[in-house]
Design a protein around this ligand. Structure first.
Ligand SMILES: [Fe+2]
Ligand SMILES: [Fe+2]
Length: 368
């Protein structure tokens, strides 16, 4: 075994410490993660740039070790912003909710009214979406990406609405509205927005691929659920940076998933917070369930959408596209895996497609 293999195995031992690799699915996932990591190590770790970072474009891939040849070692986040003087030691979820979800702009609610109205046609919907140039650009970028693979170029929102469908446009609209909101939310000096967006997008793309592999037809809903699944992390960093950093540091030092540390310290986790925010923004119930239950899909009555996101999140983290520099995977929910009716071999197709498609998504949607 050469040095790169030893390094990859040391990294993956930590990454899979809790999840294990005793089921055929996890063992396949670990093998795929190993192959991907070895490729990264051979390339010197620096080729997969996250657009929007420095002009050299050479930040290490999210989740990559700092340097080849050195296994991941405990690396707690930097010192957090100090908690506000009046911060309670044990914040309750309702108090945080009063601080956390920022209001969505008027154009959002105006568009929701039009999108919710069954009488609305493609032109009317296009007109209201077109009022927001950023959203328009995001929708057109996705319409022209490999996600749809339309042969002709889509250069008008009305055309995108007709081709993609009103319900699907509605779902994408929700996702992009919140994604753009991220840009305006301060996560604090120690919140790495580029890494967060890359993880969210990786989970979105993987949710779409998992859903397609499982034969689902609601690919947009899965994509958006993946895109938004961790928004509770940003909400927490934005409202309580000191507490968020404390939970992150505790998870890093103990080598455990963040949700576990949050639940112990705060008595709720980022998934519950995201669920509250999604409810307050009147998101459809399946999307609320997907974000609030992505770590515990088996606790929801209908675990399929939370299960898609749960698996996608696990794959993203296994491949190193995580928010943390040294992710530790949660165990795979047995029920979510069984409900998806996938074979371990399906993971090969999902990961292959992801590795081909993801760089395009990353550059196409990085400006969203
Ligand atoms: Fe999460
Ligand atoms: Fe996640």
């Amino acid at each position: 075994m050469d040095g790169a293999e030893k390094t990859a195995d040391a990294i993956l031992d930590r990454r899979f410490r809790l999840a294990g690799a005793d089921s055929p699915a996890l063992s396949r996932l670990r093998a795929l993660a190993r192959a991907s990591l070895l490729k990264e190590l051979e390339r010197g770790l620096a080729e997969r740039a996250v657009p929007g970072q420095d002009e050299e474009g050479v930040p290490s891939r999210p989740g990559s070790p700092e340097s080849p040849g050195s296994p991941e070692s405990p690396d707690p986040p930097a010192q957090p912003d100090p908690p506000p003087a009046d911060a309670p030691l044990e914040p309750d979820l309702s108090r945080l909710m009063a601080l956390a979800p920022p209001p969505l702009p008027d154009v959002f609610w105006e568009a929701r009214r039009v999108l919710d109205d069954p009488q609305s046609g493609a032109l009317e919907i296009a007109a209201v979406i077109s009022k927001d140039p950023g959203l328009t650009a995001s929708l057109l970028r996705l319409a022209n990406s490999g996600f749809y693979g339309f042969r002709a170029r889509v250069d008008a929102v009305s055309r995108a609405v007709t081709l993609i469908g009103i319900r699907e446009i509605h779902t994408l609209f929700l996702g992009f509205s919140v994604l753009r909101l991220y840009r305006d939310m301060p996560g604090g000096a120690h919140f790495d927005m580029e890494r967060f967006r890359a993880h969210s997008l990786a989970c979105a793309v993987l949710s779409g691929l998992v859903a397609a592999q499982a034969g689902r037809i609601d690919l947009e809903r899965c994509f958006v659920a993946g895109l938004l699944h961790d928004m509770g992390r940003l909400l927490l960093w934005s409202a309580e940076p000191g507490l968020a950093a404390m939970a992150a540091r505790e998870a890093a030092v103990r080598g455990e998933p963040l949700a576990l540390a949050e639940n112990r310290l705060l008595r709720f986790d980022h998934a519950a917070l995201a669920g509250e925010a999604a409810r307050s923004w009147r998101f459809p119930a399946p999307l609320v369930a997907a974000v609030s239950r992505h770590h515990e899909p088996e606790l929801h009555d209908e675990p399929d959408l939370p299960g898609v996101v749960h698996l996608a999140d696990l794959i993203a983290r296994a491949l190193g596209w995580a928010f943390e520099t040294q992710p530790v995977l949660s165990p795979l929910s047995r029920r979510a895996w069984d409900d998806l009716e996938l074979n371990p071999d399906d993971l090969d197709e999902i990961v292959d497609a992801f590795e081909v498609q993801f760089p395009d998504y990353l550059s196409a949607l990085s400006e969203s």
